[in-house]
Unconditional design. Structure first.
Length: 69
C-alpha cells in the first residue's frame, strides 16, 4: 500500500493505465485545476470545490479504481 493520492487528469485513461486508485476528472489538459474563462473569484471557487472533492475522496477506501467526475 502506498501513499493515498487522488490523480487529477483531463484524460481518465492515463490514470487507468498507470493504476491510480482514485482518478478525478480535471477541467482541461492545459489548465487541469482551473478555468481561464472564469473571473478570478469564480475560478477560486472552482479550484476550492475540486480540492474539497479530492480530499473527500482521500478519506474513502479505494481497493479498486474509482473515477470521480
Amino acid at each position: 500500500m502506498g501513499i493515498p493520492a487522488v490523480q487529477l487528469s483531463a484524460v481518465i485513461a492515463v490514470g487507468e493505465m498507470v493504476g491510480s486508485n482514485r482518478i478525478m476528472l480535471a477541467q482541461k489538459i492545459v489548465n487541469p485545476v482551473g478555468n481561464a474563462n472564469l473571473d478570478p473569484v469564480e475560478e477560486k471557487k472552482l479550484r476550492r470545490s475540486m480540492v474539497e472533492k479530492a480530499l473527500t475522496a482521500l478519506q474513502a477506501d479505494a481497493e479498486e479504481q474509482v473515477v470521480l467526475r
